[in-house]
Ligand binder design. Structure first.
Ligand SMILES: [Zn+2]
Ligand SMILES: [Zn+2]
Length: 361
């Protein structure tokens, strides 16, 4: 769920970086740019008491929303622990943030992760990925465990396994004795193990070897797509990627879908998606409140659901595509002129002014 897709500075249409990854009942927030709590309030999820926040790095456009959100949790009287993960330097960041959020009603825990370290969880690992942003920075790869192969009921029957508890035991990988005394091994009735899902989030980065490795065969690669190729030099200077560079990496890694985010405020989206698709057709550039649904691999590929994260009351009339054109509009300003306003807010009404964007952080 894309809560913020802007790079460096917010625009009327795009908030700074934040992405909520939902898996089963879990909700993992990656980066927390300014205004993330309000983006969550406007989303179908609401501002839930998150258990965990994962930071890719400490630039302001990825972290400014955190002290405000932590304060709100305290004002609600939260008592559950909040765990914040990030690259080395996290402790130091919190020495400064503490002065802003003050006294909390709940404890928080800080966990610094280096590239290659992983959190082993029920059904998946979350691995810190090496990136190149000329700052203390990591990406994250969520890699699900392989699942047992399909159970072949006919093969089991032919081997004399009666339906019931023995089926379950075989599915769990245990050998069983069938009536008559023969032993049946799981591999006699189970197909090959089925791959789990793999989702890689880079945060801000140049094209990086660590990302290429982590993204091999990934279902979804969410990559820095700050600039178009005409800003290649700027991308290099500021340690970001161009759409084409990200697309080349996605092609080399053989991902199923490339998702570009962190757009510089001089781009509206269509020009970035065009450039990337010339190299890697399976590319999308979501807007705030878009969702990427990632089914299990055998059930189809990942899919962009436009406006899929908008709360019901904001949905009417807001999920139009708007991706056709826009490139010809004024650059360097605020919102995307082809977008309908979200929820009737007068967002974008006073945007822009054409101020030159600050350097991407
Ligand atoms: Zn950034
Ligand atoms: Zn940055």
């Amino acid at each position: 769920m894309f809560l913020g897709t802007a790079g460096s500075v917010p625009t009327a249409r795009r908030a700074p970086s934040a992405l909520l990854l939902r898996r089963g009942g879990e909700r993992l927030l990656f980066d927390c740019g300014e205004g993330t709590q309000r983006q969550m309030l406007r989303s179908s999820v609401g501002l839930v008491d998150l258990d965990e926040v994962f930071l890719t790095h400490f630039h302001a456009d990825h972290t400014l929303g955190l002290p405000g959100m932590m304060k709100t949790f305290a004002l609600r009287g939260r008592d559950a622990t909040l765990t914040v993960y990030g690259p080395p330097g996290l402790e130091e960041l919190f020495r400064s943030l503490r002065a802003i959020f003050g006294r909390l009603t709940y404890p928080y825990r800080l966990v610094e992760l280096r590239a290659g370290e992983e959190l082993v969880r029920d059904g998946y690992v979350l691995r810190a990925v090496g990136v190149d942003h000329r700052a203390s920075a990591i990406g994250y790869a969520l890699v699900e465990d392989a699942r047992p192969g399909r159970f072949d009921v006919e093969a089991a029957a032919a081997l004399g396994v009666p339906p019931g508890p023995l089926f379950g035991a075989l599915q769990r990988g245990e050998e069983v004795s069938v009536p008559g005394g023969a032993t049946v091994r799981p591999e006699q009735v189970l197909g090959p193990p089925r791959a789990g899902r793999r989702i890689v989030l880079t945060g801000d980065t140049r094209p990086a070897a660590g990302v290429l490795e982590a993204a091999q065969g990934a279902d979804v690669l969410v990559h820095d797509g700050t600039f178009g190729e005409e800003e290649a030099e700027r991308a290099e200077e500021t340690a970001h990627a161009t759409a084409r560079e990200a697309a080349e990496l996605a092609r080399a890694a053989g991902v199923r879908m490339l998702v570009l985010t962190h757009l510089s405020n001089r781009y509206f989206g269509p020009e970035i998606v065009r450039e990337a698709r010339a190299v890697f057709p399976e590319t999308v550039v979501p807007k705030d409140f878009d969702i990427i649904a990632v089914p299990l691999p055998e059930r189809g590929g990942p899919e962009l659901v436009k406006g899929g994260a908008l709360a019901r009351r904001e949905e009417a009339g807001t999920v139009g595509d708007g991706s056709g054109g826009g490139g010809g509009g004024p650059r360097g300003g605020g919102g995307d002129p082809v977008d309908p306003p979200v929820g009737g807010d007068r967002v974008g009404a006073s945007s822009g002014g054409g101020a030159a964007p600050d350097g991407p952080r």
